[in-house]
Design a protein around this ligand. Structure first.
Ligand code: TYM
Length: 345
């Protein structure tokens, strides 16, 4: 059972996806499916760490699956499934609850943000969330994890958990036949591209997010052409012309964000965008950005809507993906049980 290159990542089915998810993660997912074995999950178990209406959760899980496929993931080549259908995620998460330390989880900034002031009332699941995320990745012994910048801290924790498991159980791991004493790989974050942290269109210091109360702050994959154009037109900017080089972004987060979005959508880099638009007015640039965004996103929303009309087909894709995912996860989880000292039949 050698460690081979394998990609794992996931998104939460809480509402529809937005431009941050698309540029920060999905574009990398799509590229990687041509070169690697890839497993992409809709993490419904993570979603319930905050309250979800059951009907809406089912719909959102199907809609995010439709988005995966509409964006260009190929369910024949790549495994696409929803987390709760593969019970090994939950089983390994429990083992990791016993490996990770309270002090490690206490440092997680995302928990602090999400729990807010009323921490006593946050679910235990929200607190233990990063352990389940580590289990998602390591139950496949995945080596590469394409994500946006905001997941970096969770991936560092995943590496710490893998390392501690390997250390704590070293003897047992060797006894189980892994001569080098290494059972879990330390997975590499893949955080690349010009838009690893897409910011709110209303405030360049805040991340674009599903939970922002203002819909004008984000572009949703299901927005129609007029809505996309209007949101870009209304996006906050400053009175100066666009800078001619990247150093000119200092103190201008909104300008930096819009140029990064353009570069990612055009599959180029920030320097090339500035060569074209630097020194010009925002009005000209915003018009070009709106056209580009509509050109890239409209086909995705049309395809998402078409796929969403056939929920039975989506469920079939998820179940087929879950079966293939479990075929990889089950023997790895069996080994974990042996290593930890659980008796199995
Ligand atoms: P989630 O559902 O919040 O986001 C899905 C992916 O989109 C990226 N992302 C962004 N990238 C750039 N700019 C933004 N404004 C932006 N907003 C979101 C996220 O970084 C992520 O890659 N915990 C994860 C889901 C998860 C997971 C995993 C990921 C569960 N298990 C295992 C990787 C591996 C999350 O909540 O992502």
């Amino acid at each position: 059972m050698k460690i081979t290159p394998r990609v794992f990542s996931g998104m939460q089915p809480t509402g529809s996806l937005h431009l941050g998810n698309y540029l920060g993660a999905m574009l990398q997912w799509i590229k990687l499916q041509d070169t690697h074995e890839c497993i992409y999950c809709v993490v419904d178990m993570h979603a319930i760490t905050v309250w979800q209406d059951p009907k809406e959760l089912r719909n959102a899980t199907r809609l995010v699956t439709a988005a995966y496929i509409a964006c260009g993931l190929d369910p024949k080549k790549t495994i696409i499934f929803n987390q709760s259908q593969v019970h090994q995620h939950a089983e390994l998460a429990w083992v990791f609850n016993c490996v990770a330390r309270l002090g490690w989880l206490n440092r997680m900034t995302q928990f602090k943000e999400k729990a807010g002031k009323d921490r006593e009332n946050a679910s235990v699941g929200l607190y233990a969330y990063p352990n389940l995320m580590a289990a998602d990745i390591l139950v496949y012994r995945a080596t590469h994890v394409p994500v946006g910048e905001d997941q970096k801290q969770h991936l560092e924790l995943t590496r710490d958990i893998a390392q501690k498991f390997n250390n704590d159980f070293r003897e047992s791991i060797i006894e189980a036949g892994f001569e080098d004493g290494i059972f879990f790989p330390l997975p590499e974050p893949v955080i690349t591209g010009p838009a690893t942290r897409v910011m709110s269109l209303r405030d360049g210091t805040k991340k674009m997010s599903k939970s922002d109360p203002s819909d004008l702050s984000r572009i949703n994959l299901l927005d129609d052409a007029d809505t996309i154009a209007r949101k870009i037109q209304k996006a906050k900017t400053d009175p100066e012309p666009l800078p001619t080089e990247e150093a000119g972004f200092a103190g201008r987060p909104e300008a930096e964000n819009l140029v990064g979005i353009y570069a990612a959508l055009a599959n180029t880099d920030v320097a090339s965008v500035l060569r074209e638009f630097g020194g010009g007015q925002f009005s000209t640039f915003k018009k070009a950005l709106a056209e580009l965004a509509v050109e890239k996103l409209s086909p995705i929303s049309t395809e998402m809507k078409r796929l969403a009309n056939d929920p039975a087909e989506i469920d079939r894709i998820l179940t087929d993906g879950a079966r293939r995912a479990e075929a990889i996860a089950a023997p790895i989880m069996d080994r974990v049980k042996d290593i930890v000292g659980f008796i199995r039949g």
